[in-house]
Each structure stands twice: as structure tokens, then as C-alpha cells.
Design a protein around this ligand. Structure first.
Ligand code: ZN
Length: 505
């Protein structure tokens, strides 16, 4: 066993370099002052090039090949953990080496420009400004898929980067059922009396909101001795090691939901990163196994727990203590109805649980059509508006509130959107499993017990990092593959209780 120590040393070094890139990026999004951005771009560029060089150097490939021949490595890289390390390393190297350097450079430059152009186009709400850059990105993504390789669809090669093993066909099948059920539930909800949401937009002191989110963060299991929460324009989670995880939130004075649910969402991501087995530190097995499974944790924290009635049985008295005048005439039940109000809206990131997946399905249908050449980029705004009408019954008044709202395509993230909905689906399947072990799930939440959820997720999901691929993990935990029926049942049961007149499951 001689190849393994060498391979692990190289992977440790690579992990340190990648963590440093992530740290500079976190700093850029939370702390950096305007005049410092040019120097930061150089630092990030240099380090990213270094990471790519190390990842594609022949010495690493040789170490990997030798370790693959030896099979099992030293503790803890024996058995399936060893197999997983070899698999993930192979995956990283293959993806990096299959793309020729000039192509990588062209993609980086094109998306950097497209991102800038997208920002201006969104500001001006003018799709024509962005059209040609988006067409170039889509064309490059087709070429990327060809370099990476695929059997059924070029989309599979792109989706695989975010959700290993998931394909366009699998996604289309799951989404077809989800689409039908979500549209039906939305129509039923719209036909009955709507909750009051005015109280959510009273004036809430920003510092007090932030302090409250820190209390929630701690209570839901985020270790503030191994991470921290800061402010950023868009909430996100990043980690530099298992014991250095950063979450962010954003606070709006006139929308109580933003900081609260931003924090709870990122907390779900954060505890996943903090919960990986420490023995996997500084290897490619650290971090969540796929974006869909990662999102299953954030959605479990944010929606399954954080927007539930039992959760607020515990937290609402605390919230009214922090904001006694703003919530003076709002009962806990009214509050829960308010934070779960369903209403078709233009902007995905502000969507409720019922309409959210329809936003994702729209993007999935459009990006696959673009990639396959069934839809021209020039026709995208019309196609977007037609699908909004079809799925949500509304038409965006401007391109900024429609086709230009998301950053993803400008950065080349095609195949990313489905992972958000897969996360929702996985979260409900996990809820079904956890309820079998804890039939008193609701009572425990109502008593402020969240440790049992964290413990269960640690045992079944977090500790494994990337040892099991998403499909294997979900089958190990629940005994079956991804099954969207759990999610549609979860949604219907929840909303039937919140909206009198809506049929329950
Ligand atoms: Zn998320």
C-alpha cells in the first residue's frame, strides 16, 4: 500500500487550495469593500488556475490509477469509503481533463461577460441586451456536454455535475406528475378564503431580527463555535472545513420572512456541512453528496420544520416577545397561515411551497428545449411568458420580473434548477422515514426539541458526506428510490389544514 498516502496527500493539498478559494469568495460576498474587488478578482483567478493545474497534473492521475489498482486504502478509506474516495476523485479528474484548456478559458470568459451583461439587462429589463450572450453560453454548454459525454441526452452530462446519476428522462417523468398535482392544488387553494399577510410587512427592527435568527440558528443545531452567520445580498452557505462553515442571511425591515426563513434555510445547509464525519476532512468526500440532497436539508429545516404549526407553537411566544406591538393582534394560527400564504408570483425566490416547483418545472422545460434546439434564444421571452400563464395563470409585466430574473444561465449553470425541486421531494421522503421512528415528531417540535431531528439526519445523511450517491443514500434510508408521492401528500395534508375547504390527502 504505497500509492494511497501519496494520493491522500495530494487530495489534502487540493482541498486546502479549494477551501482558500471558497474563503476569498465568501469574503467577497460579505465583507469586501468596493475598491478592493479588482485585486480580489486577480487573487481568485490565480488560485483557481492553480486548483485546475493540480487537478489535471499527470502525477495526480498516476497516484489515482495506482490506488485504484491497490483497491482498499488505509483507515478510514477501507471498504465502501475507499471505493467512494476513488470514485469521487476519478469523477473530479475526468471532468477536469475532458474539457480542453482553451474551451475552459472560453467558457470562463464568456460566462464572466454574460454575467455582467445579464446584470445590466436585468437592470434595464431588456432581454435583447442579453440575447446574444445567452446564445453563446447555451452553445458552449452543448459543446461541454459533448466533451463530457452522454448516452441519452446532452442535458444529462450537465445535470450530472450537480446531481450525479440523475437524468433528463428521470426528471421529466417526476416533474410531469408533480406539475399536475401542484397545478390542481393551487387552483383549489385559490378558490377558498385567503389568509392575512399584512402583519409580515410591519416595521421590524433589523438588529432585533438578526439577533432572533441567531437564537433560532443555535436552537436548530448550527454550531457557532464551528461557523458563523453574516449578512449578504443573497443568502448562501459555504464551508472551508467541517469545522468552519459560514451561513449568511439578509434582513429587510418590512418583510419579516426574509431573514427568518433565509437563516433557517441556510441552517439546514450548514448543519449538513458541519455533520460530515471528521475522518473525511480534506478529501473530496467532504460536503453534501448532491445539490438535491443538500437542498433536502435546507428545505427540511426551512419548510418541513420552520413553516410548520408545531414549530411555531414553540417559537411564536418568543417572536411576540421580540416584536410585541407588531404582532399584538396576530394569533399563532394566523401567523402560520400568513407565512404559508399561497399566491402565484413572478419571482421564484419569493415563491411559496405550492408554486415554487412550478417555477422550477418552467425553467427545466425551457432549458432542455434550448439545449436540444427546439427553442431559439430569441423566442425565449415569449416562451417564458406563455409557460407562466399555463402553469401559474399570470404574465410577468417586465422581462426583469420574468425571463431575466435568475442569475443561473448567465453563469453557465444549465441543469442546476431541477436540484431545487428534487430537494423538496427528498425532504418529504425523509420526513416520512423520520416519522416512522418518531411518531411524536410534531409534539417534540412543539416542545422545542430539535436535537432529535439533527441526530437522525447526522446518522442517516450528514456523516456520510459523499460516500453514497444520492440515489443510494435515499434507498438506504427509506428502502425505496425517489418517490414524489411523499411530497404531494405532504403538501396536500399541510395546505388542507391551513386552507379550510381544500381537500386533504
Ligand atoms: Zn438552498
Amino acid at each position: 500500500m504505497t500509492a494511497w498516502p501519496q494520493l491522500i496527500a495530494k487530495l489534502n493539498e487540493l482541498a486546502d487550495l479549494s477551501a482558500t478559494v471558497a474563503l476569498l469568495d465568501w469574503d467577497q460576498q460579505t465583507m469586501l469593500r468596493p475598491k478592493s474587488s479588482a485585486s480580489r478578482a486577480h487573487q481568485l483567478g490565480t488560485l483557481q488556475t492553480l486548483v485546475h493545474e493540480r487537478l489535471t497534473e499527470p502525477a495526480l492521475a498516476a497516484s489515482l490509477a495506482a490506488a485504484e489498482k491497490e483497491g482498499s486504502g488505509p483507515e478510514p478509506f477501507v471498504g465502501e469509503v475507499g471505493t467512494a474516495l476513488l470514485r469521487e476523485t476519478r469523477r473530479l479528474i475526468d471532468r477536469a481533463t475532458k474539457l480542453p484548456s482553451p474551451f475552459v478559458k472560453e467558457l470562463a470568459e464568456t460566462t464572466a461577460r454574460a454575467f455582467q451583461v445579464w446584470q445590466d439587462a436585468r437592470q434595464a429589463s431588456d432581454f435583447a441586451m442579453f440575447r446574444d450572450d445567452l446564445a453563446r453560453v447555451i452553445d458552449l454548454k452543448r459543446r461541454e456536454a459533448a466533451y463530457v459525454g452522454f448516452t441519452a441526452s446532452p442535458y444529462d452530462a450537465l445535470l450530472d455535475e450537480y446531481e450525479p446519476g440523475q437524468t433528463e428522462a428521470m426528471t421529466a417523468e417526476v416533474f410531469a406528475g408533480l406539475r399536475q398535482e401542484n397545478v390542481r392544488l393551487l387552483k383549489e387553494i385559490q378558490a377558498v378564503e385567503q389568509p392575512d399577510t399584512a402583519f409580515l410587512h410591519a416595521s421590524y427592527d433589523k438588529q432585533q431580527q438578526f439577533a432572533f435568527t441567531v437564537d433560532v440558528l443555535k436552537a436548530l443545531g448550527f454550531d457557532l463555535e464551528a461557523g458563523r452567520q453574516d449578512l449578504s445580498t443573497h443568502p448562501f452557505t459555504t464551508s472551508f472545513s467541517i469545522q468552519d462553515v459560514r451561513v449568511t442571511t439578509r434582513v429587510y425591515e418590512n418583510d419579516l420572512r426574509s431573514a427568518l426563513f433565509g437563516t433557517i434555510h441556510e441552517c439546514g445547509h450548514g448543519v449538513y456541512e458541519q455533520g460530515v464525519n471528521l475522518a473525511l476532512e480534506r478529501t473530496p468526500l467532504v460536503s453534501g453528496t448532491s445539490l438535491g440532497i443538500h437542498e433536502s436539508q435546507s428545505r427540511f429545516w426551512e419548510n418541513v420544520m420552520g413553516r410548520s404549526t408545531p414549530f411555531w407553537q414553540h417559537w411564536y411566544p418568543r417572536l411576540t416577545q421580540a416584536f410585541p406591538t407588531q404582532l399584538a393582534n396576530v394569533s399563532a394560527h394566523q401567523f402560520v397561515r400568513g407565512i404559508n400564504a399561497v399566491s402565484p408570483s413572478f419571482i421564484r425566490v419569493e415563491a411559496d411551497e405550492v408554486t415554487y416547483n412550478l417555477h422550477i418545472i418552467l425553467r427545466f422545460e425551457l432549458e432542455t428545449a434550448l439545449l436540444h434546439g427546439r427553442l431559439e434564444v430569441a423566442d425565449l421571452p415569449d416562451a417564458w411568458n406563455a409557460k407562466m400563464q399555463e402553469l401559474l395563470g399570470i404574465t410577468p409585466p417586465t422581462a426583469a420580473a420574468g425571463v431575466l430574473q435568475d442569475v443561473h444561465w448567465s453563469t453557465g449553470a444549465v441543469g442546476y434548477f431541477p436540484t431545487y425541486s428534487l430537494g423538496n421531494l427528498y425532504s418529504a421522503q425523509l420526513l416520512h422515514a423520520i416519522r416512522q421512528q418518531f411518531p411524536d415528531f410534531d409534539q417534540r417540535l412543539a416542545q422545542g426539541d430539535f436535537q432529535f431531528v439533527l441526530g437522525w439526519m447526522r446518522e442517516h445523511v450528514h456523516q456520510h458526506g459523499k460516500v453514497y450517491a444520492a440515489a443510494d443514500l435515499i434507498r438506504r434510508i427509506t428502502g425505496e428510490p425517489l418517490n414524489p408521492a411523499y411530497y404531494t401528500k405532504y403538501l396536500r395534508t399541510k395546505y388542507a389544514a391551513l386552507y379550510p375547504g381544500v381537500a386533504s390527502a
